[in-house]
Design a protein around this ligand. Structure first.
Ligand code: HAM
Length: 422
């Protein structure tokens, strides 16, 4: 019997990997422009880290973590907790008042796999630590917006505020009061959540629960003056940075560490999975994890698989770079030798070059060049060797020019480089 990959764990094949590389390259460039520095983190952490940060009564901690029961360690379900653990462990706050960090890698959640939802998935996660100003929230959202825009992906940005330690408890009490009065009408999950995590009832996907919460008290009416002015300033700044958004008072997020601003980049193109990326502020979390008290933070994560799906669906994958610059098709033994040296020189000079050593027909080699996505093919047969002129074909428009085979292989490769890479 053939051994297959585990359900919810996916291979990323070369043709898809090109899109992944394209997204990561664009992201790294934009993160750099915004002063973000990369941090690389382990995949395994102590289970307690996630219980204390994400929250004991969240779906992630209650039922989705891959935990090695006898060792008390867990495969990270998200990056924020790990990144803050590293930040605190290495005393990174002494490096400067504000640290801007990003990390890219796999996360693990034992969810029911479906389109856009995997058990091993990948996030690009950005965090700004040490700045509580609303401008920072807006800057992060604008950065993600620019990335999505440069990738050609169309999404909407929704924002909300979850208040703080001062104003959320009163809202929670009002909400629980409202929910308890209508208990019978809610689904079983929501009835349970009313006591354990009432805010989660607000984003239940069940249509009848959705309808019932339309009349529920709004968190935006319960914000204390300082949360309210923070949220207004975020909105003003987003307008200044020309980042379109809408308010969604039902957004509560599935992780408990948020305070004040939360946001999601959403789409209707991914079926049941609407969020391509999400994040928010977590001003008490660093202190809670044993770091400097009252050191604020804000961040977000974009889901790679969902970005790739959207790029494929919205026909944006053509912006990914061609896999190969040059294919040399050689016919005959002598031509094969010349081609091998030329391909080697081309690679030394920075071109992605390839050839076939099995002396197959020209037709077969041209097919292979097309499969590799080569932008140009240089054809060298016995005739061409005799005339000292190869045929250089532009694979996009099929135009052909003669290419002189004179000079050293290094000189020939340099001339090819000028023709192929311009
Ligand atoms: P999250 O909303 O749990 O937030 O995940 C962020 C993104 O990761 C989602 O919008 C989605 O694109 C992707 N994602 C999550 N679960 C899956 C899955 N099972 N399969 C595929 N993609 C998935 C966080 O993880 C927070 N740590 C974000 C954050 C950073 N908040 C502050 N800083």
């Amino acid at each position: 019997m053939k051994i297959k990959a585990i359900n919810g764990f996916k291979d990323i094949l070369p043709e898809e990997a090109v899109i992944w590389q394209h997204i990561e390259t664009r992201a790294r460039d934009i993160f750099h422009r915004f002063g973000m520095q990369e941090i690389r983190l382990p995949i395994l952490e102590k289970t307690e880290l996630f219980a204390r940060s994400i929250g004991e009564s969240t779906d992630i901690v209650e039922k989705e973590m891959y935990t090695f029961a006898d060792k008390g360690i867990t495969m990270r379900p998200e990056a924020t907790a790990s990144l803050l653990r590293a930040f605190i462990e290495h005393g990174m706050h002494v490096r400067g008042p504000v640290q801007r960090l990003f990390t890219i890698g796999p996360m693990f959640r034992h969810e029911r796999p479906q389109k856009g939802r995997l058990r091993q998935f990948h996030q690009m996660d950005c965090e700004i630590i040490g700045a509580g100003e609303p401008e920072i929230d807006a800057e992060l959202m604008a950065m993600a917006w620019i990335l999505l825009d440069e990738l050609g992906i169309r999404v909407s940005l929704e924002i909300n505020s979850l208040g703080c330690r001062e104003c959320r408890p009163a809202f929670r009490t009002r909400l629980v009061h409202y929910l308890r009065q209508r208990q019978e009408a809610f689904c079983t999950d929501c009835r349970r959540r009313t006591e354990s995590n009432p805010l989660r009832v607000l984003d239940c996907k069940n249509p009848s629960c959705r309808e019932l919460v339309q009349e529920a008290p709004s968190i935006l009416d319960s914000l204390c003056p300082s949360c309210q002015s923070h949220f207004l300033a975020v909105q003003e700044q987003l307008q200044l940075l020309q980042t379109p958004f809408s308010l969604n008072r039902f957004m509560v997020r599935g992780l408990d560490y948020y305070s004040r601003t939360t946001f999601e980049f959403v789409t209707t193109d991914l079926g049941a999975q609407s969020a391509v990326g999400a994040g928010g502020r977590y001003d008490s979390l660093i202190g809670q994890l044993g770091g400097p008290k009252d050191l604020p933070g804000v961040g977000f994560a974009l889901g790679m698989e969902r970005l790739v799906l959207l790029m494929e669906q919205q026909d944006r994958t053509d912006s990914a770079p061609a896999a190969s610059d040059l294919f040399v098709a050689a016919l005959g033994k002598e031509a094969g030798k010349r081609a091998a040296v030329l391909v080697h020189q081309a690679r030394l000079q920075g071109m992605a070059a390839a050839m076939d050593y099995s002396n197959r027909s020209l037709k077969a080699q041209m097919k292979q060049a097309a499969r590799l996505g080569a932008r140009f093919t240089l054809i060298i047969g016995e005739n061409e060797l005799e005339k000292q002129e190869g045929i250089l074909r532009n694979m996009d428009n099929q135009e052909q020019v003669l290419f002189p085979l004179q000079g050293t292989p290094g000189e020939q490769a340099a001339r090819l480089r000028t023709l192929v890479l311009t």
